[in-house]
Design a protein around this ligand. Structure first.
Ligand code: NAD
Length: 281
């Protein structure tokens, strides 16, 4: 939520070069994190890093970039090691790296390579990131939070992880088998990590946005020209979500305000999925 306060802490954000991940970096900087490690396959995280300084509210704010391929075990482990060795710990991890894998092919003629690509980046990538980050967080001391309203102190646990799934992680859409399967798996992986991490007091939550205005979405719209009109009709607000309408919710889930929320899949779709969905028939 806009206005979320994080009061320090160290963040690691994957997919930080573009779209939702990029805006998450801005939201976390604005909310008061002390440092962010920006990770992406694409080196334009350097631009995000510079832009973060504009929004940062912590007096010692710093941001570093690292190149990562989330499908590669060694690369993911290296990213997490760099966060720990250069920034000291990881309090918040937001895993936003992903691909659309939008093949628009029906089940009967599905391209298996497209399916494998989506599963590899979106599902295996989530698993590798959650594995390495859970391990690093489990070794660190919990942080405490004292409420200004009640003056009561509570543990925030050893860390908070937020994973980007999609509304496609909860519902099925014609012609989107690879992406839909990979985003359903993302939720299963994140929920299992939440349960496995009870003992370490690490929270793992998921956000499930509908169409959001990012380079990924703009590419999909240019491939499927009828999509923009369909969104205008199907989305109750008649428009794409802005990246900050997703990243503000991510910052909230990271924050002390969400300390009792764990394993939740937060739908961010203006109410779209409450109704029947019949696109493409
Ligand atoms: N835009 C939407 O409409 C929408 C809706 C729901 C969910 N999502 C999800 O949100 C997340 C972010 O999407 P976005 O719209 O910001 O997309 P985007 O394409 O703008 O950004 C995705 C980023 O992930 C990075 N990435 C891709 N593969 C990677 C890899 N193997 N290793 C490291 N980085 C990699 C890309 O370089 C890119 O910077 C994705 O998981 C996506 O599935 C997007």
């Amino acid at each position: 939520m806009a206005g979320t306060r994080l009061n320090g802490g160290i963040a690691l954000v994957t997919g930080a070069a573009s779209g939702i991940g990029k805006d998450v970096c801005f939201a976390l900087a604005e909310a008061g994190v002390e440092a962010i490690l920006l990770a992406d396959l694409n080196l334009s995280t350097d631009l995000t890093r510079q832009e973060c300084q504009k929004f940062a509210s912590h007096s010692n704010f710093r941001a570093l970039s690292v190149m990562v391929d989330v499908t590669d075990e060694a690369s993911v482990d290296n990213m997490v090691q760099r966060a720990v060795s250069e920034l000291g710990r990881i309090d918040y991890c937001v895993h936003s790296a992903g691909i659309s894998g939008n093949s628009r092919t029906r089940t009967a003629s599905l391209n298996i390579d497209a399916f494998d690509r989506s599963m590899r980046t979106n599902s295996r990538g989530t698993l590798l990131v959650l594995r390495a980050v859970s391990h690093a967080m489990s070794l660190q001391e919990p942080r405490l939070h004292t409420s200004t309203r009640s003056n009561m102190t509570r543990s925030l646990g050893r860390g908070s992880i937020v994973v980007l799934s999609s509304i496609n992680g909860l519902i099925s859409v014609p012609g989107m088998m690879p992406y839909t399967a990979s985003k359903h798996a993302t939720i299963g992986i994140a929920q299992t990590a939440a349960v496995d991490n009870f003992e370490h007091h690490i929270r793992v939550n998921i956000v499930c946005p509908s169409w959001t205005d990012t380079p990924m979405m703009q590419k999909t719209i240019s491939n499927v020209p009828t999509l923009e009109q369909a969104i205008a009709k199907l989305c109750p607000l008649g428009r794409l979500a802005m990246p900050e309408e997703v990243s503000d919710a991510v910052a909230f889930l990271c924050s002390p305000a969400a300390s009792f929320i764990n394993g939740e899949s937060l739908v961010i779709d203006a109410g779209f999925s409450l109704t029947g969905f019949r696109m493409g028939h």
